[in-house]
Design a protein around this ligand. Structure first.
Ligand code: PRT
Ligand code: MG
Length: 225
């Protein structure tokens, strides 16, 4: 049995056309079913639904053989892991494939009335709220900017509006959310897309079924253009 970890919402939805092209159909609808383990039309392939931030953990520990996760989440996971805060000992993650879906970017945004460029020139110490502490730390360190990072788990856009922070580091895709909240994008940190991650031990033990499935993913990505 091959277990594929997906998160509900964007990642699950965007992965479906890819799976369809591979001839894999998920038989339950995660929006109406309460099941966390979903069968597919292939008796040897099943899907498990986990939180987006838990996908790397599931795959790393072998709770799933492979998974789909945003590069943002993967980079943060790796940083926590190397700092030893993710706990435990498990195999590494193979990241064999850019699935080119759920695309967005990690950016710095501020209130439209905040002069970010001037603050940066002055060497002002900025308060930055984000879910992406590792990505933000690395980015501002490379720029030589001093920042106080404030970890949030959601609704980052609210932080500059309430005075919690001067800036946020968050995902942007259309930019509509920033606009609706009177924020502007001032720096683009990295481009993001979903990645297929694989458990290396599973690749050894289940090579005969897992390798062809990975090849199917690669072909489906190429076909999607
Ligand atoms: O929701 P939960 O806390 O369970 O987890 P999650 O928020 O990590 O999951 P989810 O499903 O929201 O996102 C999963 C992955 O989708 C992310 O890790 C990204 O790799 C990818 N992705 C692609 C996005 C977006 N685009 C995106 N636009 N994830 C989130 N957004 C949010 C963004 O945070 C902001 O609030 O959408 C808003 C901005 O969108 P625009 O179009 O208004 O700019
Ligand atoms: Mg979300």
């Amino acid at each position: 049995m091959i277990t594929l970890a997906l998160s509900k919402g964007r990642i699950f939805d965007d992965t479906q056309p890819l799976l369809q092209r591979m001839g894999v159909t998920v038989l339950d609808d995660p929006d109406t079913s309460r099941k966390l383990i979903l069968a597919t039309n292939r008796p040897d392939v099943r899907v498990v639904l986990v939180r987006a931030t838990d996908v790397p953990t599931y795959v790393q520990y072998g709770g799933a053989d492979l998974g789909v996760v945003g590069l943002d989440t993967l980079v943060e996971h790796r940083a926590e892991w190397s700092q030893g805060t993710a706990g435990g000992a498990a195999g590494n993650l193979l990241q064999p494939l850019d699935l080119k879906l759920a695309r967005c970017r990690v950016s710095v945004a501020v209130r439209s009335d905040f002069d970010y460029a001037a603050a940066a020139r002055r060497g002002a110490r900025l308060k930055v709220a984000t879910k992406y502490v590792a990505i933000a730390r690395e980015f501002f360190a490379a720029k030589g900017m001093h920042v106080d990072l404030i970890k949030l788990y959601g609704s980052m856009e609210l932080a500059p509006l309430t005075g919690l922070a001067d800036a946020i580091v968050d995902l942007v895709s259309t930019g509509n959310t920033l606009k609706a909240n009177g924020l502007v994008e001032v720096e683009r940190i990295m481009d993001i897309s979903a990645r297929l991650v694989v458990n290396p031990a599973a690749l050894k033990l289940k090579r005969e079924t897992l390798r062809p499935l990975m090849d199917d993913f690669a072909r489906a990505v190429q076909a999607q253009g």
